[in-house]
Design a protein around this ligand. Sequence first.
Ligand SMILES: Cc1ncc(COP(=O)(O)O)c(C=O)c1O
Length: 445
Amino acid sequence: MNAPIRTNRPSLDAYWMPFTANRQFKAAPRLLVAAEGMHYTADDGRTVLDGTAGLWCVNAGHGRRRIAEAVERQLATLDFAPSFQMGHPAAFAFAERLAAVAPGPDGQRLDRVFFTGSGSESVDTALKIALAYQRAIGQGTRTRLVGRERGYHGVGFGGITVGGLVNNRRVFPLLPGADHLRHTHDLARNAFVRGQPEHGAELADDLERMVALHGAETIAAVIVEPVAGSTGVLVPPLGYLERLREIATRHGILLIFDEVITGFGRLGAPFATDYFGVVPDLVTTAKGITNGTIPMGAVFAGRHVHDALMHGPEGAIELFHGYTYSGHPVACAAGLATLDIYEEEGLLTRATELQEVWHDAMHSLRGAPHVIDVRTIGMVAGIELDPRAGAPGSRAYDVFVDCFEKGLLIRVTGDIVALSPPLIAERADIDTMVSMLGDALKRAA
Ligand SMILES: Cc1ncc(COP(=O)(O)O)c(C=O)c1O
């Protein structure tokens, strides 16, 4: 392991932790101090198998020297450069490399790249690009944004407006005029499915209903996760994304795929756009773009979107948007090294090789205590548990803590366990995950 193991814990008071029950956590903390390959090391020295690629981001596994060295070199050469009316080579080089693998088929790749610092920033950036695009093509009445129930698009005001998670929304004022498609999760018709479920394509017609309700001329864009990750691994029904694309096109509505989780190989193709063969107008990414090492995101835009905004006097700034850290040189260096690894090790398509083993292993949990559904696609699995009466989420949380104590990191959302290991996982790692999770389920009350 590449860091000393510290058993002397720092004081936990000052750090206000994100998306965490702070008081509960600080009473019984779980601290990670090192990571290598498929494993973390906890601060008591235990090895913890990473079933979640950190937080859906460490696709090439932990402790990659090549990324560390690239970051070190970049820091020593050019630590920071402003990106407003200035440039530096690493940002252009990284954008070019990304353009070559950008979502979409040859000739239709979304190969114009806007850099951000996170998934939330990518989402807000894409929504703003969509609004700016509509105005640029003379469709300025299109200001309405459409999301989907149970969507997670980060925590910016744009992202929570189109997102569909009540706890992320109820306390905060939202952007006006947004609307939501229904989610596609349908346990009654689609339980225990490998890959795409059969039923539910018609739910895409909700967009048609929105057009009938609001008028197409008020709707700028619709955003969905091709596979919803954070809200419990919701796989799109067969034909659903195709139908959404068709309706959006027919009504001049931009289609945005939020690929913050599905981007960079999670499903077995570089992007979900490629996996499903449905091409949106904008794609948001983050996480795996730097293997989780340095915060970064990117929005991929189709040429039609980008080019529509490249108008007006040459000296005019075309899009009044950007971040201090857009195209940060160190993040770009990390991203370039990450892409090298992905390409050399075939990781952007490795999930295709692993998925039979993965699906079999995960579906072997059918029949385990409390399991009411298992769904799998690419290298992702959602295992839904029967909630305890009056205490939703508590059973999965107990399983999460139990797994961590025994040496497996899983992710839970409500009563759904989500697994998404690094794409370097071997069969033995998958077997270990399934047996540890199966044992934890047996122990769970
Ligand atoms: C689909 C999706 N969009 C956006 C985000 C937000 O990304 P970040 O946490 O980097 O802001 C996430 C994070 O999990 C995500 O899963």
